[in-house]
Design a protein around this ligand. Structure first.
Ligand code: ADP
Ligand code: MG
Length: 686
């Protein structure tokens, strides 16, 4: 058996009980143990003379015990153990609290190493609760070296893990087989695996530790990106898709109520080129809120329909489905293209009829929610599938949708402003088009950050806007994680606004738990201007488009992520009128305030996403689950961009050069295959 796969129970000192605790940390094999990286280190390698100690720092000293430890009781009943030790340069007092065992462990005349923090007590230095070990029996696991500290679980201490790792290293010294062959390591300046395992856990020097860390970061990012490239090549392999005919779409373009922006033109060209190839399209369209992604999608669907194929567009909410349906219906008038809306809340009869039309090719374009991917939904001839607001769907749903056809073209649209450095990783399996320009005439949305003391002033400002015929959204405060509580508060909030501040206006309410007809009715009234203020939960976050609404007010704005605030803000500023976003927060958190201030300054989704990443860390922003990505243990996508790029190059080099098929790469290939499968499984689960 490969030493890497040895179960940890076969290590000396690890029985069934310990082994269970290790399992809790996800550690089953020696390899798992090696990849349980330290979360930090303590440098205990240098022995300091007592005379050189400085308060508030931690030191290792080597000293002799002057007299047996003394136990005293403090006034509040605490047991204090006192000890005096000395080396050639001086004397030092040491204390422990509530440790009954010390007395029997230390004798006069013993020579020991102590490691602990030195403090000033009156005019004397003392060392508090140090670790210690006799110099005669000191193993080099816990003292006298750079010592690792690990993520722990209850019942397992740093010492337990150190000992296990140390034993495992002794056991496998020089026997670990590197997945990276020598020439590859040379090319990318990577240290060898035995060296790295050793220096990751018990580094000989800080420099060696850096080498080890770099290698493991590289390895992690390399494997992740290999997985993504693998998926990409799988999707785009020899599969025969549909080569759509070139079609003159100018007549249709001329009928549109506006001229496409240059960015839209560019992206439409890229999409058409892809569609005309036999190879199935796999393209992501990324564009900030309001950049006009919808029309780009429609042009793709138009082309598809003209060539006799059906296209499916999946969106995350019924409101959005309804809205797209209405927009498309209007724009497609007179073209003969038949459009269908499919949603969860249709009556059984309506649904059966709609399903029949899809199956019999009596519909060319189908808009729907998740309802589209249900088993019983069948289509006649699918040529193009689109997911709008991709961040709301997992990778798997995208796949299920495309399985409704036979190698259809795939288009994915997102407004989630993903930092540039991340696009590669998150969407490594897709080609990317970016709409980096807003339609002309958009005014900057003026954004203000206020506390609730200024609310009255803000309400009178809202009234002025309403009196000029404009409309407003008020996003309810998120109260709790609980939807029910949020709901209660939303209702209360609406009533309060209606009855106290806005008696002469109509205040409507929209939340996720409403019946679909109710939602539609509210949205219709809002569209028609019958509702002046719409109080809503974040159901309006994605895609809602009512150009006459000019105010977006967000209560407890600090509870939202920056990207989400940006999405919400994107609901206004869609028409010719000056629009405003009011962020209300009474938070005293410095970071929260910094985030909200940033919103008042920036209107660029990408910058905002990067700021969010900086302030909140990658884990939270990415919502790994959401994107279906496996967790990164050591690499940090934000700070390790150089390694990220290098590993990306390496992956491309390997795949393009065909090297993976050479004998030295056999082990890497096997390992990659195994790990891909794990990644694929993880992705499939999300
Ligand atoms: P998003 O990219 O957020 O999905 P939409 O597609 O909803 O944006 O477009 C936002 C608004 O801009 C819509 O009202 C749409 O009709 C309008 N729009 C899109 N493209 C243009 C354009 N080239 N010129 C003027 N208005 C446009
Ligand atoms: Mg949209």
């Amino acid at each position: 058996m490969n030493v890497q796969n040895m179960p940890i129970q076969s290590l000396k000192g690890i029985g069934p009980a310990k082994s269970k605790l290790f399992n809790k940390l996800g550690i089953r094999t020696v390899e798992d143990l090696f990849y349980h990286y330290p979360r930090g280190y303590k440098d205990k390698s240098i022995i300091t003379d007592i005379i050189d100690l400085v308060p508030e720092y931690q030191y290792t000293i080597k000293a002799t015990v002057n007299a047996k430890p003394v136990e005293v009781k403090s006034r509040n009943g605490l047991l204090i153990v006192k000890l005096t030790v000395s080396d050639e340069t001086g004397k030092l007092n040491i204390t422990w609290f509530n440790n009954r065992f010390i007395k029997n462990m230390i004798e006069k005349g013993d020579e020991l190493y102590f490691y602990g923090k030195v403090k000033l007590m009156g005019r004397d230095l003392i060392m508090e609760s140090p670790e210690f070990e006799k110099t005669s029996s000191a193993s080099s696991v816990n003292l006298l070296r750079i010592v690792p500290e690990y993520p722990l679980t209850e019942g397992l201490s740093h010492k337990d893990i150190r000992k296990a790792v140390f034993t495992a290293i002794e056991h496998t010294e020089g026997m670990l087989i590197d997945i990276f062959p020598e020439d590859f390591r040379k090319r990318y300046h990577l240290a060898e695996i035995n060296f790295c395992v050793n220096n990751m856990h018990f580094p000989e020097t800080m420099f060696n530790m850096e080498l080890a860390i770099k290698r493991f970061k590289f390895e992690e990012l390399f494997i992740l990106q290999s997985g993504l490239i693998h998926i990409k090549r799988m999707n785009s392999s020899e599969e025969q898709g549909i080569a759509f005919k070139t079609y003159d779409e100018r007549a249709f373009l001329n009928k549109l109520p506006f001229k496409l922006t240059n960015a839209q033109h560019k992206v439409v060209d890229e999409i058409f080129k892809d569609m005309e190839k036999t190879k199935p399209m796999n393209r992501l369209v990324q564009g900030d809120v309001g950049s006009g992604k919808t029309i780009v999608a429609l042009l793709g669907m138009y082309k598809c329909a003209k060539d006799g194929y059906q296209s499916l567009m999946m969106v995350p909410t019924e409101i959005l489905a309804e809205q797209h349906y209405l927009t498309f219906k209007q724009l497609l008038e007179g073209t003969g293209i038949r459009i269908e809306l499919l949603k969860g809340s249709m009556s059984a009869k309506e649904k059966a009829a709609a399903l029949n039309r899809l199956k019999n090719h009596e519909a060319d374009i189908v808009i729907g929610t998740h309802a589209l991917i249900q088993d019983k939904v069948e289509f006649a001839k699918v040529g193009l599938v689109i997911t709008d607001e991709q961040h709301r769907f997992g990778v798997r749903q995208r796949t299920v949708l495309s399985d409704k056809g036979s190698h259809p073209d795939i288009l994915v649209m997102t407004a989630t402003p993903i930092p540039r450095t991340l696009t590669l990783i998150l969407y490594g399996d897709l080609d990317v088009s970016i709409i980096d320009e807003l339609p002309p005439g958009r005014k900057k949305i003026e954004t203000y950050f206020i506390d609730s003391a200024k609310k009255e002033r803000f309400y009178s400002f809202v009234k002025k806007e309403l009196d000029q015929g404009r409309q407003a959204y008020f996003v309810c405060p998120l109260v709790e994680e609980s939807e029910k509580l949020d709901l209660n508060s939303a209702t209360k909030y609406r009533d309060e606004l209606q009855n106290e501040y806005f008696k002469d206006y109509k205040v409507g309410l929209l939340h996720g738990k409403m019946k679909s007809e109710e939602k539609n009715q509210i949205m219709d009234e809002m569209r028609l201007g019958k509702i002046h203020i719409l109080v809503a939960t974040t159901v309006i976050e994605v895609g809602v488009n009512i150009p006459n609404a000019t105010i977006m007010a967000i209560e407890n704005a600090d509870r939202f992520g920056l990207a989400q605030l940006h999405q919400l803000r994107g609901r206004v500023g869609r028409g010719e009128h000056q629009s405003y976003c009011i962020l209300v927060s009474d938070s005293h958190s410095k970071i929260a305030n910094e985030r909200l201030k940033y919103m008042t300054k920036s209107e660029n989704g990408f910058d905002i996403a990067e700021k969010d990443l900086e302030l909140r860390g990658a884990g939270e922003v990415l919502g790994q689950k959401q994107h279906g990505l496996p967790e990164l243990k050591i690499a940090d996508i934000l700070n390790d961009t150089a390694i990220l790029k290098e590993s990306r190059d390496a992956v491309e080099y390997l795949y393009d050069s065909g090297k993976l098929e050479e004998p030295e790469y056999k082990r890497m290939k096997k390992e990659l295959d195994a790990r891909f499968n794990r990644i694929l499984e993880e992705i499939a689960l999300n």
